[in-house]
Design a protein around this ligand. Structure first.
Ligand SMILES: [Zn+2]
Length: 196
């Protein structure tokens, strides 16, 4: 009987101690947000976190990657039909990430970026304030420490995503980071040449 109780307690303890592992699966992004009900979409180069009230389809609809038809591999991803909304979104993000690396001629080893899509600017700015303890009205931003792009649904588009993913590529590529102005110039170069 004692043994059975001990077994029960140890099983219970195992269960309790395993709970935080679920939270630990989510990346540290400086916001302290509970993302348990966020939709998570995995792509080759990215993990996309989508705030509730939005779907992979609604996010995907804001991203135009028709420029991909000029590149054989991107074109294959672009033409992939009969797949889920999640997979279409994953393909679009991969097309943009591939293009950012191609435009910059930088291929960081094991490149991966998290993308957090907030419902609106108010939520995005609140996240910024939680991270930096100051207010700022950015359309989107990237924090290399967390390997994360933060963006709002209403400002979502292929150009702004290319710019921010460009920042992730640049910061992942350099062992010693160039000055901020140079990194900004390079990131702008990505969205200028996205559709070439
Ligand atoms: Zn920038």
């Amino acid at each position: 009987m004692i043994n059975r109780n001990l077994l029960y307690i140890s099983v219970l303890l195992m269960f309790i101690t395993s709970l935080p592992l679920y939270a630990a699966d989510l990346p540290e992004d400086g916001t302290g947000e509970n993302m348990a009900d966020w939709l998570v979409v995995e792509s080759t180069f990215s993990t996309i976190y989508i705030d509730k009230n939005m779907t992979a389809g609604s996010v995907s609809a804001r991203i135009d990657t028709s420029f991909a038809r000029f590149d054989p591999i991107e074109n294959r991803l672009f033409l992939d039909r009969g797949i889920s909304e999640e997979q279409i979104l994953a393909n679009k993000i991969d097309i943009i990430a591939r293009k950012a690396m191609k435009v910059l001629d930088m291929k960081p080893e094991d490149f991966h970026v998290n993308i957090k899509v907030y419902e609106n600017e108010i939520e995005l700015w609140a996240a910024y304030e939680r991270i930096f303890r100051e207010q700022e009205g950015h359309k989107a931003f990237y924090i290399h420490k967390y390997r994360t792009v933060y963006i709002s649904y209403e400002n979502l588009g292929e150009s702004v995503l290319a710019h921010e993913i460009g920042h992730a590529v640049i910061d992942s590529y350099f062992k010693i980071l160039p000055p901020e102005k140079i990194r900004e110039l390079l990131a702008c170069y990505v969205d200028v040449h996205l559709k070439d």
